[in-house]
Design a protein around this ligand. Sequence first.
Ligand code: GAR
Length: 192
Amino acid sequence: RKRVAILISGRGSNMSALIEAAKAPDYPAEIVGVFSNRAAAKGLETAAAEGIATKSLAQSSYESREAFDDAIGQVLEAWQVDIVCLAGFMRIFTPRFVERWQGRIINIHPSLLPLYRGLDTHARALADKVAEHGCSVHFVTPGLDEGPVILQAKVPVLSDDTPETLAARVLVEEHRLYPEALRKLAAGEVRP
Ligand code: GAR
């Protein structure tokens, strides 16, 4: 089984979906650690309660973004990680870090990429009056939310949607999509 680390910054509901999926005996990956750049991230408590190793480090303790990325890399190496899953990790990596993990680092993003890269995806989709919205799991490359898409899921946009109701509908799909995408990568069914 491939050894997977999940990187979070907050709630960690996608993290929980990955942890649950990996409990299946035939799942090709195991979650060996959860890292956060915010010590207060709720998901760290959830992961610890599951008996998973956790670690948090703050960017403010490092003199540069490169130095912080090196420290994260050392955590991943100590856990002997094969695959990195970003799940609500609200920080952009330096190109050197991304290149080091290229093909082995994936992210979930709440839009139908290449539409709505970056933040506030649900509000922007509503402002554009799109008929459908969704989420994407993609390989991480140095450009923000630009890497090749592995899987996408669509949801309808309803006339009375708010960013919150739309986000909730998308999140249900995220929790289904991310475990499926990780399964494909860990099983060698997808390549960047
Ligand atoms: C998820 O909706 C995820 O797609 C999004 O943040 C949320 C994290 O929720 N990620 C991004 O916007 C990345 N730019 P979670 O912590 O409950 O998984």
